[in-house]
Design a protein around this ligand. Structure first.
Ligand code: 0A1
Ligand code: ZN
Length: 874
């Protein structure tokens, strides 16, 4: 069953509507010590949309012990049903009936963190994508929408709080519980029909931060944020973010919240970032808890965006949901676009855009160019869990962004209004979404829709000529083949552009004096002409108007012009990146010296530093080098050690050559007191970057300075920042600081995650042994996904010169970790397995060593991990 045979594969082309609908679901979840009893009463109706009138009912279930089954109140004999391979088939059922099942489950043993499980003494659920089938027998597919009523029962002392979706409607004591020490129950009713992946339940003893929000139409909504008692002081930022998100969705999309209560619960053990269950969001603690003493500025921003993301799902995902899991990007791409726009409105738009693009280009592009490439709407999968990818989320968001760009803000809003109104309460497809865009704008987007079905990153090549006052720009597109998709068709690519004069001022492109325009590249090659008084420097793909690789033979002067003068934040950053990449290529490929390369760039970088005070966060982005992973992706075969030597030498040279500037920045950006606003965060970011360069250069007195910064830090950004610089450069005091840090923060799980990550990030092969030792550290836990990501995820995804250590030790450690993890949590193992996707690009000896290590893991791998490994191993 583990191979790629068709039996394992689910295909979009095979979609059939459900045979039976479930208008009502009554759940009774009785939580006991060591096991839980779930009684589910489903009201079922044959689906009129199925002409073939199927007579058998097929339900999904995994890890369930069926105790009884009855139909319309009569117990069913074993001959009336069959349980096999995760399916319960009830034979020859009537048109309409009620089915009641009682199952026994063991949440205490559930380390996969799907379905109902225990985390730090509380019970919680995770049902997306197919976790509900671990709670009870049900048609576990997103196009079966049901109205849920849920009763949760548990011991009152240990679980005073019993939560589910919707509104609480009744509660009481259990009569039998009196002797047992007090059991109680609460019934929740969710008036909105929902697919079972949005079901949630929590039982625990938690602290609550309460507030209210009054919607535009004047309804008061109770906002309850729950966490362990010790974390109550870390919920304020999430509450502020939530209220901002609620107001933003009303203002920008006209979407109001629809229940009387909105709840968020923080959970330590969680596979992903957070989950948008109707009215009861469940969050990884890392995405909701925040306090300046324990949380970095970057994590504060993440909390704001994830809280908003999950809240926005209430409309884009919950009220209008997906017909099948192939349509995942319908809710995820759209919701990521919405949360990115929210963050842009709450913070600096230019900085947020560059951060989002940087993430996409450095993480989604490689996915799209490797063995795991798949379309935004995949055509087939083995385990849907493996398709919660950067392509579905981040590229999906770019595909929505392009539609926003093509229609303009006004029509886009009209189209989303139509979408929400027309499909409210339904499970729909990406085609339905685009159809609304077409209907409102009158545009034919049939060509555009290839963005959903065609995998791979398009390459747009630009060439230009300037003859007799006419500037001609020829754009060509080409998408390289991806696994299973050899031939590619041209896409509709919006290219936003401006043309700059030699002083960097944008030229008028038409008689109206517009200085920016969007050209649409729809065919393989097209030429666009502009009469201009001088030969311009093209500023192309402004705002990153399409998720493509742009090839244009910029000369250094043009890049410096763009970096110094372009009004578009993305193009300035892109110019800096191009300058860095070409300097690094000269070091790596031609063996030129880092110092020599730095001298060429020095005037441009000094220019950025001179203007740093205007926007320190943007300056920090411009002065940050591409990661070693990104540099490595531009060289073939991939030789991580060589890339590390070059990048390190260049950064040291940069630290030395501009030493005075870095010192000045480190001092002048120091704030007398901690502030949480964007301005202060921007300053901290640039200051920590300046210190990082001084640390790399081992500047005079820097170790002392960093030790003081570490000791007197006003917030975690400074504390972990200073620690990271000490540790990654092996500076004096690094080991002592690590010990002090672990001692100080040993009871703060999220801080300890950072402690593990800082050590796993130290470049070079010696880190493998350190990571191995850390795997035996008392604070390391395989069952805690955040910890595993911090240590092993950082090593594998963020530290190529350690992961690909020449002696193969990193590969062996990786294989060991995958094996251990796969037995505990296959989803997390499979996700970590993605870290091997560059296998075929590696230098031959390294690629052989990684292949050997992975082949061993493939034996006996879970279905999740097997799917990933098979695609990587080919
Ligand atoms: N829908 C959530 C993501 C999510 C997906 C799967 C999960 O468990 C396996 C958990 C969360 C989101 O987009 O935030
Ligand atoms: Zn989402």
């Amino acid at each position: 069953m583990r191979d790629g045979s068709p039996a394992n594969v689910t295909r979009l082309a095979d979609y059939l509507p459900p045979a039976y609908l479930v208008p009502r679901t009554h759940l009774d979840v009785d939580i006991r010590d060591g096991h839980t009893l779930v009684t589910a009463t489903l009201t079922l109706e044959r689906n009129p949309a199925r002409d073939d009138r199927p007579e058998d009912l097929v339900l999904d279930g995994e890890h369930l012990e069926l105790l009884s089954l009855s139909l319309d109140g009569a117990s069913l004999p074993a001959s009336r049903y069959r349980e096999a391979d995760g399916r319960l088939t009830v034979f020859a059922v009537p048109e309409c009936f009620e089915l009641t099942s009682v199952v026994r489950i063991e949440p205490e043993k559930n380390t996969a963190l799907e379905g109902l499980y225990r985390s730090n003494g509380m019970y919680c659920t995770q049902c997306e994508a197919e976790g509900f089938r671990r709670i009870t027998w049900f048609p576990d597919r997103p196009d079966v929408l049901s109205r849920f009523t849920t009763t949760v029962r548990a011991d009152r002392e240990h679980y005073p709080l019993l939560l589910s979706n919707g509104n609480p409607v009744a509660s009481g004591e259990e009569p039998e519980g009196k002797e047992e020490g007090g059991r109680h129950w609460v019934t929740w009713e969710d008036p909105f029909p929902k697919p079972c992946y949005l079901f949630a339940l929590v039982a625990g003893d938690l602290a609550c931060l309460k507030d209210t929000f009054t919607t535009t139409s004047g309804r008061e909504v109770a906002l309850h944020l729950y966490a362990e008692h010790r974390d109550l002081d870390k919920l304020d930022h999430a509450m502020v973010s939530l209220k901002k998100a609620m107001a933003w969705d009303e203002r920008v999309y006209g979407r109001e919240y629809d229940l009387d209560i909105f709840q968020i619960v923080a959970v330590s053990h969680f596979n992903m970032g957070a989950m948008e269950n109707k009215g009861l969001n469940i969050f990884n603690t890392a995405c909701v808890l925040a306090h300046p003493a324990t949380t970095t500025d970057a994590a504060f921003e993440r909390v704001e965006s994830v809280v908003a993301h999950e809240y926005f799902h209430n409309w884009s995902g919950n009220r209008v949901t997906c017909r099948d899991w192939f349509q995942l990007s319908l809710k995820e791409g759209f919701t990521v676009f919405r949360d990115q726009e929210f963050s842009s409105d709450m913070n600096s738009r230019a900085v947020v855009r560059v951060e989002n693009v940087n993430f996409l280009v450095n993480h989604q592009f490689p996915e799209d160019q490797g063995p795991l490439a798949h379309p935004v709407r995949p055509a087939q999968y083995q385990k849907i869990d493996n398709f919660y990818t950067l392509t579905v989320y981040e590229k999906g968001a770019e595909v929505v962004r392009m539609q926003h760009e093509l229609l303009g803000a006004r029509d886009f809003r009209r189209a989303t209004d139509l979408y929400f109104e027309r499909f409210d309460g339904q499970a729909v497809t990406c085609d339905d979404f685009v159809a609304c865009m077409e209907e409102v704008s009158g545009r034919d987007l049939s060509g555009f829709k290839r963005w959903y079905s065609q995998a791979g990153t398009p390459i747009v090549s630009a060439e230009d000529r300037y003859v007799d006052g006419l500037y001609s720009l020829t754009l060509s597109q080409h998408t390289p083949p991806t696994p299973g998709q050899a031939d590619k068709q041209p896409l509709m690519i919006p290219v936003k552009l401006a043309l700059l004069d030699p002083q960097g001022k944008p030229l008028a492109l038409n008689d109206q004096g517009d200085t920016e325009t969007v050209v649409i590249l729809e065919r393989a090659t097209q030429t666009f002409s502009f009469p201009l008084p001088v030969k311009p420097t093209p500023s192309l793909l402004r705002g990153f108007s399409a998720p493509v690789i742009l090839r244009y033979d910029f000369d250094e002067t043009q890049l410096q012009t763009l970096l110094a003068h372009d009004s578009d934040g993305f193009c300035r950053w892109d110019a800096a990146q191009r300058l860095y990449f070409s300097a690094l290529a000269r070091i790596i490929e031609q063996g030129e010296s880092a110092e020599q390369q730095l001298e060429r760039l020095r005037p441009a970088l000094e220019g950025v530093i001179r203007r740093a005070a205007e926007d320190p966060a943007q300056a920090a982005l411009l002065l940050t080098l591409p990661t070693e992973t990104a540099i490595g992706d531009r060289h073939s075969p991939l030789d991580p050690a060589r890339v590390h030597r070059a990048a390190h030498a260049f950064k040291v040279a940069l630290g030395r050559a501009l030493g005075e500037d870095w010192r000045r920045l480190a001092e002048s950006l120091r704030e007398p007191e901690y502030r949480a606003d964007g301005d202060a965060m921007g300053k901290r970011r640039l200051r920590m970057l300046a210190l990082a360069y001084l640390g790399l250069a081992e500047a005079d007195g820097i170790a002392d300075y960093l030790q003081r910064t570490f000791r007197d830090a006003a917030c975690m950004t400074e504390e972990i920042g200073a620690l990271g610089i000490l540790v990654s450069n092996g500076l004096d005091g690094a080991e002592t600081a690590l010990e002090q840090f672990a001692e100080r923060w040993r009871d703060e799980a999220l801080v300890m995650d950072q402690w593990f990550a800082v050590q796993a990030a130290v470049p070079g092969p010696a880190t493998v042994a350190r990571a191995k030792a850390l795997m035996s550290h008392p604070a390391f836990e395989w069952t805690l996904p955040n910890r595993v990501r911090a240590l092993i995820g950082t090593l594998v995804n963020g530290n190529p010169s350690a992961f690909h250590a020449e002696d193969g030790s990193g590969h062996r450690l990786f294989a060991e970790a995958l094996k251990t993890l796969d037995a505990i949590n296959p989803q997390i193992a499979a996700r970590l397995g993605n870290g091997a996707a560059r296998l075929d690009r590696l230098r031959e000896d390294l690629s052989t060593s990684l292949r050997t290590a992975l082949s061993e893991v493939r034996e006996g791998a879970s279905a999740n991990l097997a799917e990933v490994l098979d695609r990587i191993l080919g």
